[in-house]
Design a protein around this ligand. Structure first.
Ligand code: NCD
Length: 315
């Protein structure tokens, strides 16, 4: 594997290999000295054209724990046109010796472009491209579900029979798209619950199983995990729902809904959370919430990703 652009590109074997290596990395992350020499002498560049807290820091820590040198580049505020700015920036960074570029960009397809346009020869990892994909988020979500369900015996296991309900702003969510691909590859049963305005206009096979009522979805689908999506206000050019109060009442994981869930049903959210909108503080902080596990596991999954992409390169 040279690049990681889309969860749709990952076969079951490759997915399991990535998750299993992440298990090994999580053992390293529990040690007092959280460091492996694997990528010593290599350079990883974080190229972020969009805001990020978790993903950016997580990739930085992952690369550092594998002993790579890390450069952080925030392209916000650039006045160059998007395509040119991406190309010029990436070529400049490669000229300075970047072996891998972790890219987050507001344009769907930016990572694919960077990987295939022939501008650079470095490895490319998609850290979120517009509304398209965010494959390492899907990997860390799958890792988190597997770990909560199987504990220490997770290695080698898929998610056959696990029921995951993805809730909310599916239309604008790269997290939803990547999860729909990856969870199905792992054998999970996935459905979405969203208002019609926040589903793609012509729901494709990816979101074939959908509910237009959250309470009905929870009652009928009986999820093992509910994955709440952030309402992506920055990607909304029009009004997709009447008011925040109405959204929260109809689509939020309110205290009432969270209390009614079985104690074993996982509550997931990729962050950043809009507390009080798509998720109540009660739900976010409940014992069955995996929000902070997801953040923790993100480091192990990204170490695994960098390892699989880069460790075999000739120095
Ligand atoms: C997500 C993203 O940026 O796509 N956040 C993340 O990476 N943890 C989800 C979001 O912004 O809603």
């Amino acid at each position: 594997m040279k690049h990681l652009i889309s969860a749709a590109d990952l076969s079951l074997d490759v997915t399991l290999a990535l998750l299993d290596t992440a298990e090994e990395m999580s053992i390293v992350n529990e040690r007092e000295i959280k460091k492996l020499p694997t990528l010593r002498g290599r350079t990883v560049v974080n190229l972020f054209f969009e805001d990020s807290t978790r993903t950016r820091i997580s990739f930085e820590l992952a690369a550092k724990r594998l002993s790579a040198d890390v450069i952080g580049f925030t392209a916000k505020g650039s006045s160059v046109s998007k395509g040119e700015s991406l190309k010029d920036t990436a070529q400049t960074l490669e000229a300075m010796g970047a072996d891998a570029v972790i890219v987050r960009h507001h344009a769907s397809g930016a990572a694919q472009n960077l990987a295939t346009a022939g501008w650079i020869s470095a490895h490319v990892v998609n850290a979120g491209d517009g509304k398209h994909e965010h494959p390492t988020q899907a990997l860390l979500d799958a890792f988190t579900i597997r770990k909560r369900l199987h504990g220490a015996g997770s290695t080698g296991k898929n998610l056959a029979g696990v029921r995951v309900l993805i809730v909310g702003d599916v239309l604008h969510s790269r997290v939803a798209r990547s999860n729909l691909h990856l969870l199905r590859t792992l054998g999970a049963h996935v459905a979405v619950a969203a208002p019609a305005t926040l589903l793609p206009a012509t729901p494709d096979a990816l979101v074939a199983e959908h509910y237009f009522d959250l309470d009905e979805a929870i009652a009928k689908f009986k999820p093992d995990a509910v994955m709440m999506l952030r309402v992506q206000l920055e990607r909304m050019s029009a009004s997709f729902f009447p008011s925040a109060q109405e959204y929260s009442a109809n689509w939020g994981l309110t205290r009432e809904r969270a209390v009614a869930l079985p104690a074993t049903t996982l509550i997931m959210h990729p962050g950043p959370m809009n507390r009080g909108l798509e998720i109540s503080s009660y739900a976010a902080d409940a014992p069955q919430s995996t929000v902070l596990d997801q953040v923790r596991n993100g480091i192990s999954v990204r170490m695994s990703t960098l390892y699989h992409l880069m460790a075999g390169d000739q120095q």
